[in-house]
Design a protein around this ligand. Structure first.
Ligand code: ATP
Ligand code: MG
Length: 390
C-alpha cells in the first residue's frame, strides 16, 4: 500500500460556522497546488484531509513539501495504511517506523479510533502495538509520560494508519475563505512578508507593483515577479498588476516641493490601488509599512497617505522589529531575492529632507499643481498584467 499524507485542519475546525465551505476551499487549494507535482486524490473526513497518490509513480516527497505550505493546515504527516486488524497494524508499525524506533530511547503509542466498530478500545490497541514494538526493538523502552517518540495509530473508516510525530503545517486559514485584497509589492524585504502574513489569514491577494522605467530597470521588475512567484507556493496563482509610474514621478518632481515627494508619491500609490481594488472586488490594501522605519512611516505620514482611500489599509508588520521581519523573510524564502541590489521607485526621487510630520492640508497644497485624476487614469490605462504560479 502507498504512503499517504494526512493533514490536520487548523482554525477552520474551530470556526463551526462555515466549516464545510472552508474544507472545500482547502481541498481545492491543495488539489491545484498538487497538479504541478503529479496525480493525487484529495479528500476530507473527520477534520483530516487525505492526500493519496493515484499511481505508484507519484513523488510523495514532493507532494509533502507542497502540502507544508498550504494555509489552513495545522500539522501534517506521512502515514502508511493497512487493514484494520491488530496484527496487520503491529506488523506495519514495526516495518514502517524502523528508522524512528532504532534511533529513539523511549516511545509510546497513541491510538485513535474513529471507527467505533473496531473490536478493541484505543488503550487496548496502544498496549498491544506498544508490546509488539518493544519486543521488536529491545533497545528502546516504553515511557508514557515523556517519550522521545510518539507512534500514532489511527483506525479510520477505510483503513488503519501508522505514523510518527507530525510536523507543523503552514497554519492560518485557506486562501480565499476571507475574501480578496490588493497588496503593494515592492522589491524590498518587507512587502513580501506582509503579503505572506495577510494571505495566511485566508485572503486571496492581487499584487500591485509601481514601476518607474527607466529610472528603475527591467531587472527591478523581474525581481518583483520572482518574489511573487516564490510567494505562490503559499498564496497560489496570482496576477501582478504592474502600474507605469514614471510620468507621475516626473510630474511630482517638476511640480511639487521636494520635501513632499515621497508622501505625494505614496498618495498616488494609494489612489491607484483603490481603483484596482474596486475593479477586482478587493476589500483592503496591504502594505509592508513598519512604524518609524523610514520618514514616510511616521503616524503623521501614514495618516496623510491613507487619507486618499476609504479602504482599510492592512499593515501586518507595523509593530515588528526588523530582525523578526528578516527571520520571516528567510523562512518563507524571499530574503535572498529581496536583497538583490536593484533600485526601487521610492529611492529614485528621494528628498534630501523629507517631511516626517506633515499636516494633511500642507500635503494637499503641495500636490495641487498637478492634474491628479488624469495622471491616475493614465497610469491605470497602462497597466501590464503578469500571472505567476498555478
Ligand atoms: P519594502 O521592503 O517592502 O520595500 P520599505 O521598508 O522599503 O518596504 P517603503 O519603501 O517606504 O518601505 O514602502 C512601504 C510600503 O509601500 C512597502 O512595504 C510596499 O508595500 C509599498 N511600496 C513601496 N514601493 C512600492 C512599489 N514600487 N510598488 C508597490 N508597492 C510599493
Ligand atoms: Mg521599499
Amino acid at each position: 500500500m502507498n504512503d499517504i499524507i494526512l493533514l490536520k485542519l487548523g482554525e477552520i475546525v474551530l470556526k463551526g460556522l462555515n466549516r464545510r465551505s472552508f474544507e472545500l476551499k482547502l481541498m481545492g487549494n491543495i488539489r491545484r497546488r498538487l497538479e504541478r507535482v503529479g496525480k493525487f486524490k484529495v479528500y476530507c473526513m473527520q477534520s483530516t484531509v487525505y492526500v493519496e497518490a493515484l499511481t505508484d509513480n507519484e513523488d510523495i516527497d514532493a507532494a509533502f513539501e507542497v502540502c507544508k505550505k498550504v494555509f489552513g493546515v495545522i500539522s501534517l504527516t506521512r502515514a502508511a495504511a493497512c487493514e484494520k486488524n491488530k496484527e496487520a497494524i503491529a506488523k506495519l508499525a514495526i516495518e514502517y517506523l524502523k528508522d524512528d524506533m532504532e534511533s529513539t530511547k523511549s516511545f509510546k503509542v497513541e491510538s485513535k479510533r474513529s471507527d467505533k466498530a473496531f473490536p478493541m478500545t484505543s488503550i487496548q490497541l496502544s498496549q498491544y502495538v506498544g508490546g509488539e514494538l518493544a519486543e521488536a526493538y529491545p533497545d528502546t523502552v516504553v515511557d508514557v509520560h515523556e517519550p522521545e517518540l510518539t507512534v500514532h495509530i489511527e483506525v479510520r473508516d477505510l483503513a488503519a494508519y501508522v505514523h510518527a510525530t507530525p510536523v507543523p503545517g503552514a497554519g492560518g486559514m485557506p486562501v480565499g475563505c476571507n475574501g480578496v485584497a490588493v497588496t503593494l509589492l515592492s522589491g524590498g524585504i518587507d512587502s513580501p512578508v506582509s503579503t505572506y502574513m495577510i494571505c495566511r489569514r485566508g485572503v486571496r491577494l492581487i499584487p500591485i507593483h509601481f514601476f518607474s522605467f527607466p529610472y528603475t530597470s527591467q531587472q527591478a521588475k523581474d525581481k518583483v515577479v520572482e518574489l511573487a512567484d516564490i510567494l505562490t507556493a503559499y498564496c497560489g496563482k496570482m496576477t501582478i498588476e504592474v502600474v507605469p509610474f514614471t510620468h507621475i514621478q516626473e510630474e511630482i518632481r517638476d511640480k511639487c516641493p521636494e520635501e513632499y515627494f515621497t508622501l505625494i508619491m505614496r498618495r498616488f500609490m494609494m489612489r491607484i490601488s483603490q481603483r484596482i481594488a474596486e475593479a477586482n472586488g478587493a476589500k483592503a490594501i496591504v502594505t509592508g509599512e513598519n512604524l518609524g522605519q523610514v520618514a514616510s512611516q511616521t503616524m503623521e505620514a501614514m495618516a496623510s497617505t491613507q487619507a486618499v482611500t476609504d479602504l482599510p489599509v492592512l499593515q501586518p508588520l507595523i509593530g515588528m522589529d526588523k530582525e523578526e521581519i528578516v527571520r520571516l523573510a528567510r523562512k518563507i524564502g524571499t530574503f535572498e531575492t529581496s536583497i538583490l541590489p536593484y533600485e526601487d521607485c521610492c529611492t529614485v526621487f528621494t528628498p534630501k529632507h523629507p517631511r516626517t510630520k506633515p499636516k494633511l492640508s500642507e500635503v494637499e497644497a503641495a500636490e495641487s499643481a498637478m492634474d491628479i485624476e488624469a495622471l491616475v487614469e493614465e497610469a491605470i490605462a497602462g497597466i501590464e498584467r503578469i500571472t505567476v504560479g498555478a
